[in-house]
Design a binder for this molecule. Structure first.
Ligand code: SF4
Ligand code: SF4
Length: 94
């Protein structure tokens, strides 16, 4: 089967003005290092090191706001809320 590659960066853009705030939070005490958050993040913003997930420091500028990491985490180690109004991702098409 042919591999399909989408360049998500062409489909979304970020509003450059305004402070998003911390719209993803992580509680390491609840994390068991399963790595599912890293598996589902299309921008590769999660990794697992020493048995705990780690979110990229650049997530505020790169995150797609899909909330997949929050949805997949069965341990409630990740909390997600949309960035402050007027900031964050804009979907260009679709
Ligand atoms: S999905 Fe949740 S429990 Fe699993 S590594 Fe990510 S944060 Fe930790
Ligand atoms: S909300 Fe989506 S793009 Fe952002 S860190 Fe979670 S899985 Fe990755």
């Amino acid at each position: 089967m042919e591999e399909i590659k989408l360049d998500i960066k062409k489909l979304v853009s970020r509003v450059s003005s305004g402070e998003t705030g911390d719209f993803i939070s992580f509680d390491p005490q609840n994390c068991n290092g399963c790595g599912k958050c890293a598996d589902v993040c299309s921008f590769g913003l999660w990794s697992v090191k020493d048995g705990k997930a780690k979110l990229s420091k650049r997530y505020k500028e790169l995150c797609l706001e899909c909330a997949a990491c929050w949805e997949i985490c069965a341990r409630e180690a990740i909390d997600f809320s949309y960035p402050a109004g007027g900031t964050g991702v804009v979907i260009k098409y679709g």
